[in-house]
Design a protein around this ligand. Structure first.
Ligand SMILES: NC(=O)c1ccc[n+]([C@@H]2O[C@H](COP(=O)([O-])OP(=O)(O)OC[C@H]3O[C@@H](n4cnc5c(N)ncnc54)[C@H](O)[C@@H]3O)[C@@H](O)[C@H]2O)c1
Length: 319
């Protein structure tokens, strides 16, 4: 795509802009908060530095290079001027997204593809009729410069050529687009993550194990096999007769998801909202930017190891 516009420069927007820039595209980035738009530059630079150091971005990519590839703009009209492809990554409220799509309909080039990064909201009813032929969801995972899965969901009237063009761009950047036939809140990976999230809340609230013990069970039990076998290939290795017996025995039926967790409420009440606040379930002293870089360095090493090891499941087995 000659020019890509990314609307929203928060957790996802700045990082998606970086991915497209590294993919060789000219990106314009905006946010309704100038503070967030300014902060985005530093976040992109530190993510880029980690990628370069880890060998996941070309060594000649400097901050100056980045500043040329991603330009920041205060207005929507300037950001989408001449854009072929527009990524919507603003807050997840229907009112804000509807207002933005209506404004885009007024100011964006008529043939621009509009792709929302929505997590749970069905955005298609919020998009004006004139834009439906080029409306889709491209849903990324954080950090998008390291996680390759991108869910691609066509709007009800989306032109297949637009979908193919976007999937081609994603594949050329080494991403793994996964086209779903229709919108479902949470798509595939987030639904499964949601089921895990619901289960850990039960285990924690019922006092079965502490947060650190539950994490240990996931890291040392569940996680090791997932990159190689995921779920269905693991079942093949275990033997499907066991899967069938477990289903038939019905010895454990997960309770409905909790709507509240006393532990979570207490943490939020104390201002322990996560890494950016210095603590959450765990203590996170130190500079959050360094903690994110530390996470990214570890993810890079794991990704590179996985590339070497290979996976035995999935649609495309190369990583
Ligand atoms: N955070 C994640 O892990 C994640 C993952 C996948 C998808 N998403 C989805 O991506 C979208 C963005 O999420 P986020 O986590 O980056 O949120 P965020 O709160 O970090 O960033 C959203 C940004 O949108 C800006 N904004 C709000 N209204 C705007 C407008 N009209 N024009 C321009 N900017 C506007 C806000 O100032 C804010 O900086 C949401 O739909 C979210 O559900 C988030």
């Amino acid at each position: 795509m000659a020019r890509i516009a990314v609307i929203g420069a928060g957790t996802m927007g700045h990082a998606i802009a970086l991915v497209y820039a590294l993919g060789g595209h000219q990106v314009r980035l905006t946010d309704s908060s100038m503070k967030t738009l300014d902060r985005a530059q530093g976040l992109m630079e530190s993510a880029l530095a980690t990628l370069v150091a880890g060998g996941e971005a070309p060594a000649d990519w400097t901050s100056a290079h980045l500043a040329q590839a991603v330009t920041r703009h205060p207005t929507l009209a300037e950001t989408v001027d001449g854009a072929e492809f527009i990524v919507e990554a603003i807050i997840e409220t229907p009112e804000a997204k509807r207002a933005l799509f209506e404004e885009l309909d007024r100011v964006a080039p008529p043939n621009a593809i509009i792709a929302s990064n929505t997590s749970q909201l069905d955005v298609f009813p919020l998009i004006p009729a004139a834009r439906q032929k080029k409306a889709m969801i491209t849903h990324w995972y954080t950090p998008p410069y390291l996680v390759d899965l991108v869910d691609v969901i066509p709007g009800p009237d989306c032109d297949p050529a637009a979908l193919e063009a976007v999937e081609g761009v994603l594949k050329a950047m080494g991403k793994q687009p996964l086209r779903l036939k229709k919108f479902v809140p949470g798509y595939v990976a987030n639904r499964i993550q949601g089921a895990i999230g619901a289960e850990v809340q039960h285990l924690l609230e019922e006092g079965v194990a502490t947060a650190a013990e539950i994490d240990a069970a996931i890291i040392h039990g569940l996680a090791l096999r997932l990159p190689i076998l995921a779920v269905f290939a693991k079942a093949d290795f275990t033997g499907l007769a066991l899967s069938q017996a477990i289903l038939r025995n019905g010895s454990y039926t997960p309770p409905p998801p909790r709507r509240q967790s006393a532990t979570l409420d207490a943490l939020v009440e104390q201002g322990r909202t996560g890494v950016l606040a210095g603590g959450g379930y765990y203590d996170w002293p130190g500079d959050p930017a360094e903690l994110f870089q530390d996470r990214d360095r570890r993810l890079i090493e794991l990704k590179q190891a996985m590339r070497k090891i290979g996976t035995m499941a999935g649609l495309e087995r190369d990583l």
